[in-house]
Design a protein around this ligand. Structure first.
Ligand code: AMP
Length: 211
């Protein structure tokens, strides 16, 4: 099994690039944020806690997210290769992921330094409530929702995609997730891509890294 880890700040384009890889190569995307949103939508007990935590831009506990990730990974549709989006977000999660065997592991860091660009990107995106596909709002005034061309669901603005929460998520990312870069550098599987460019340019570099 090949494991492709995409990480970077909120808004760096991880989800968009994972969608594109899924579409072109059939690799399955596992986005822990989607797993969290599913629990919230289904109003499970965990979902209630997640709603509170993610609504503030904070991270849900490591052991809970690791358990959910493993459960998703164990499902039958995950074969040959998978892309991890939004996980690991802490060193402890990275260590847990390393404990899951993979024949090949590649970690790609989508680097985006400009905080205002991050906020702008996030505030202009719509996320499918069903499959997690990401769309850009276009038009004037921008649409509040669009029909997902992949699954027929509805893509809308995430409730945690507000400026205050996004800035908090960026802060949490710097504190908790940045150390993960060192972890993958030390494992010798680290690649970095400039994520301030267009979706197509980033995707091309990503393909170069993967092939
Ligand atoms: P995302 O869609 O990746 O931005 O995730 C949305 C929210 O889900 C985050 O702000 C966290 O509250 C939670 N979440 C997603 N992935 C993780 C993770 N790996 N560790 C902890 N919390 C997570």
């Amino acid at each position: 099994m090949k494991r492709i880890i995409l990480f970077g700040a909120p808004g760096s384009g991880k989800g968009t690039q994972a969608d594109a890889l899924e579409e072109k190569y059939g690799y399955k995307k596992i986005a822990t944020g989607d797993l969290v949103r599913t629990e919230i939508a289904e109003k499970t007990e965990l979902g209630m806690q997640f709603k509170y935590i993610s609504g503030k831009g904070e991270l849900v506990p490591d052991d809970v997210i690791v358990r959910m990730f493993k459960k998703r990974l164990g499902q039958k549709d995950i074969k040959n290769a998978y892309i991890v989006d939004g996980f690991p977000r802490t060193l402890s999660q990275a260590e847990a992921l390393s404990g899951i065997e993979a024949d090949e592991e590649i970690a790609v860091y989508l680097k985006l330094g400009d905080e205002d660009l991050v906020v702008k990107r996030i505030l202009s995106r719509l996320t499918c409530t069903q499959c997690g596909a990401i769309y850009r709002t276009e038009g004037d005034p921008p649409a509040n929702e669009v029909k997902c061309t992949r699954c027929g669901g509805i893509a809308e603005r995430r409730s945690d995609d507000t400026e205050d929460v996004v800035r908090r998520r960026i802060h949490v990312y710097r504190e908790a997730t940045k150390p993960v870069i060192r972890y993958y550098k030390d494992r010798g599987v680290f690649h970095e891509i400039d994520a301030s460019r267009t979706i197509e340019e980033i995707f091309k570099d990503l393909e170069d890294v993967l092939n």
